[in-house]
Ligand binder design. Structure first.
Ligand code: ACO
Length: 320
């Protein structure tokens, strides 16, 4: 088995920034309500940038920062629930754009846990010798999936992408990864796909929008995230006090504060950039890690944690 390290990262967001005050001109809401319930102050919203565009831009920056020749990349995984096409995958379109001619490319649908799930697949592939470099991207244009007349969801989300390149390494820096799912709770977060309309059946029109039972999601997240963090530490030489930063999916500031309290960890160790980007689903963990980079020193233990639709959750314990 080979060791793996996170080599480099990239990030991309659409140019248009929208504040809470901007949203209050579209729906009946206020900066005070959004900030106090979620911690979000502003987000980037696509004015035409596609999920693929954002994924490519984040990938190109990670490639540049890592000094990687795209032909060295053996695997490309794009975690997304907002791909521009069901077929081809976003990953295949990224592959073509960056010239990663030797890669196996595919998408992963695990919602806000997508980057953690993708990291698991990519690092497992490197460990067993299937490839030397793997590119994992979380990319979303969630603004196309929300009902812009529904104030309870449209204020929460933003668009963006984060990318990471993992590399075979003599020393292993990806210490442990824990993932789990529970399909029995799937109804609390849904985004419908193409309804059945064929020669046999004409389906009724279904809402094309994302549905969220906010309270059920809150309960789910604040229950599984502390366990997920404890599970990823199990059997390692690290304990919770060794962890320099916790990079959770940026859904909601209150979820992070609740997790910090349950784990009895200083909430300052929980990284927050959702005030600037909102909830960007699979992109949020790599975007938050990207923003944390300047505060990290080589050797710092960090835990990444995703949780979201499916429902899905998982954590990565890595050494920076
Ligand atoms: N502006 C003003 N008022 C609003 C808004 C808004 N944007 N949205 C809802 N309200 C109103 C509601 O209409 C309701 O009014 P009423 O009491 O007159 O009926 C009131 O605020 C309370 O609404 P609730 O939905 O009960 O608000 P709650 O306190 O539960 O907060 C929230 C909603 C923030 C979504 C909360 O449930 C939560 O934090 N859930 C976690 C879910 C989450 O973070 N989801 C992110 C996506 S999923 C994921 O990433 C895994």
């Amino acid at each position: 088995m080979y060791g793996v390290k996170l080599l480099s990262m990239g990030k991309a967001v659409p140019a248009r920034n929208m504040t809470n005050d901007d949203l209050s001109k579209i729906v009946d809401t206020s900066d005070e309500w959004i900030k106090s319930r979620t911690g979000i102050e502003e987000r980037h919203i696509s004015e035409g940038e596609t999920t693929t565009d954002l994924a490519i831009a984040a990938a190109q920056e990670a490639i540049k920062n890592g000094g990687v020749d795209p032909r060295q990349i053996g695997m490309i995984i794009v975690a997304t629930i907002t791909g521009d096409y069901i077929m081809p995958s976003t990953a295949c379109r990224v592959q073509a754009a960056i010239g990663a001619v030797n890669a196996t490319a595919f998408d992963v649908a695990a919602a806000c846990s997508g980057f953690v799930y993708g990291t698991k697949l990519a690092t497992d592939a490197i460990r067993v010798g299937s490839c030397e470099y793997a590119l994992v991207i979380g990319a979303e244009v969630l603004s196309k999936t929300v009902d812009w007349e529904d104030r309870s969801t449209c204020v929460l989300f933003g668009d963006g992408a984060g990318a990471a390149i993992f590399k075979k390494h003599h020393k292993n820096n990806i210490i442990n990864i824990y993932t789990q799912s529970n399909g029995e709770l799937s109804e609390c977060l849904t985004l419908p796909s193409i309804p059945l309309n064929n020669c046999c059946v004409q389906s009724e029109r279904i809402s094309p929008y994302m549905f969220m039972d906010g309270r059920a999601v809150y309960k789910f997240a604040t229950t599984v995230v502390p366990t997920s963090i404890q599970k990823v530490l199990e059997g390692t030489e690290y304990n919770i006090d060794d962890i320099k930063y916790f990079v959770l999916h940026q859904a909601n500031s209150r979820i992070m504060d609740s997790v910090a309290k349950k784990l009895e960890v200083d909430s300052e160790k929980f990284v927050k950039n959702l005030q600037h980007y909102g909830n960007t689903s699979s992109a949020s963990v790599p975007m938050a890690l990207y923003d944390l980079q300047e505060q990290l020193a080589s050797g710092d233990p960090v835990i990444l944690c995703g949780f979201g639709g499916g429902v899905t959750w998982g954590s990565v314990l890595l050494i920076w």
